[in-house]
Unconditional design. Structure first.
Length: 114
């Protein structure tokens, strides 16, 4: 499969979002109970919201990479390097996490540049 990197990122993002909903449902209920606007007032709701938003952001990046792959547009090396650095930082700070799932896609993305 030639164009798999963006799809892989979207797959990881969907998994991330599913885990967010499974683990932080009480935090999301608290946000909704407080009326949504300016409702992030505790560490628990902050963690829940950032976890969910990171999944959405990764999905957006995956869509962009997928579109670039379909158009055979080169993905700037700086993007691959930045995502790899973010992933290495995430793996270093949280070794028991899903950050590991990004490594195959990012290595492939950077190797494709060569």
């Amino acid at each position: 499969m030639k164009n798999w990197i963006g799809k892989w990122m979207m797959f990881v993002a969907l998994g991330h979002t599913a885990v967010a909903i499974a683990f932080f449902s009480n935090g999301y209920r608290e946000v909704m109970a407080q009326g949504f606007f300016n409702a992030v007032r505790s560490e628990r709701t902050s963690l829940a919201v950032w976890f969910l938003l990171f999944g959405f952001l990764l999905f957006i990046v995956g869509m962009l990479v997928s579109a670039m792959e379909k158009l055979a547009t080169p993905i700037p090396a700086a993007i691959g390097i930045a995502l790899l650095l973010l992933t290495v930082l995430g793996v270093s700070l949280m070794p028991v996490s899903g950050f590991w799932l990004m490594i195959p896609a990012l290595v492939a993305l950077l190797r494709r540049r060569q």
